[in-house]
Ligand binder design. Structure first.
Ligand SMILES: CC(=O)N[C@H](C=O)[C@@H](O)[C@H](O)[C@H](O)CO
Ligand SMILES: CC(=O)C(=O)O
Length: 331
């Protein structure tokens, strides 16, 4: 299978699906959102209708429209638009895969069905294969997120011989903290040109060491620029600077003053998920993301007020240069 596309690498933002206050999709801000990612965050790849995009909470018709809007607005601006087409119904998943191909998306991704579940590798592969076959010209990515799907088949096992079953297989989005499994995936597929995209943003640096070729995540919507600096430091083999970025931006030590400049840990203490991502992105980008859809609940007023104060105190949009050793950003 020949793919003219270049390999998916670097940061991929898992897009939020903007909604209006009454829960409809707010298509009108997607063009602005694309420009924000490209110009303000330096992120040119997106992953649409995934966890962050509440893809599984949208109707099939909404998923098609959202995918179409991102592809249209991203044209000549974004490098790659990957559409998540996973669903409980194989038919729906195939319909979405075919649709992604028709609208000119750059790839499709699929999670494991999570209600009636595949219990063995072979059954999971059979499901994925049927979806991939509906879009035979599109690169296919498996989206491994066992904590949410409950399907705990190791990715390393799944990848063993996968090209024989799914010739369009191009890579893995790995949203789990099992770095041994991730490292084995990389190690056992060295001859292939697969993309190994890590999906736990707080641990990206460790995954880079294990051989990640890129990352897909919710935080790259607003931490793209910072994370790109971490990737750059890693590339330059300046590991202590890279660690400074990971630690300060995502995961500061509780004991030191660094905690003051912390971002994700501070928010995770208040509860962190899709609702909170929507609230933070609204504050940082100024683009209204709206509330999430049920069963998610809008982030509490307490969260939003406190996040706003925190973002202000961090002077978040103009981070101090970490290279100067000034770790207490704005605090
Ligand atoms: C469960 C979930 O949504 N994971 C996201 C991607 O897979 C991540 O990007 C997280 O949102 C991020 O790592 C923050 O915890
Ligand atoms: C984070 C991610 O990849 C998703 O939202 O699906």
């Amino acid at each position: 299978m020949a793919f003219p596309k270049k390999k998916l690498q670097g940061l991929v933002a898992a897009t939020i699906t903007p909604m209006t206050e009454n829960g409809e999709i707010n298509f009108s801000v997607i063009g602005q959102y694309v420009d924000y990612l490209v110009k303000e965050q330096g992120v040119k790849n997106i992953f649409v209708n995934g966890t962050t995009g509440e893809g599984l909470s949208l109707s099939v018709s909404e998923r098609r429209q959202v995918a179409e809007e991102w592809v249209t607005k991203g044209k000549d601006k974004l490098d790659q638009v990957i559409i998540h087409v996973g669903a409980l119904s194989l038919k729906e998943s195939q319909e979405l895969a075919q649709h992604a191909a028709e609208i000119g998306a750059d790839g499709i991704a699929v999670i494991a069905p999570f209600f009636l579940k595949p219990w063995t590798k072979d059954i999971l592969i059979n499901f994925l294969k049927e979806v991939a076959a509906a879009a035979p010209a599109l690169p296919f990515y498996y989206y491994h997120i066992p904590a949410l799907t409950g399907v705990k088949i190791r990715a390393e096992e799944l990848l063993d011989g996968i090209l024989d079953k799914i010739p369009t297989f191009q890579g893995l989005k790995f949203s789990d903290t099992d770095l041994l499994d991730f490292g084995q995936c990389v190690d056992q597929n060295r001859q292939q040109q697969f993309a190994f995209l890590f999906g736990v943003d707080e641990q990206l640096l460790s995954a880079l060491v294990m051989g990640a070729t890129g990352a897909v995540g919710s935080t790259y919507n607003y931490l793209g620029k910072k994370t790109n600096q971490m990737l750059e430091a890693f590339e330059q083999k300046d590991f202590s600077l890279a660690l400074n970025y990971q630690v300060n931006v995502f995961f500061p030590s509780h004991k030191s003053q660094r905690y003051q400049s912390c971002f994700l840990i501070y928010f995770s203490r208040l509860g962190f998920g899709v609702s909170q991502t929507k609230a933070i992105m609204t504050l940082v980008s100024g683009i209204p993301m709206g509330p999430p859809r049920l069963p998610l609940q809008k982030a509490s007023r307490e969260f939003t007020d406190s996040a706003e104060a925190k973002l202000k105190s961090l002077d978040f949009l103009s981070f101090t240069d970490l290279k100067d050793g000034n770790l207490e950003v704005g605090s």
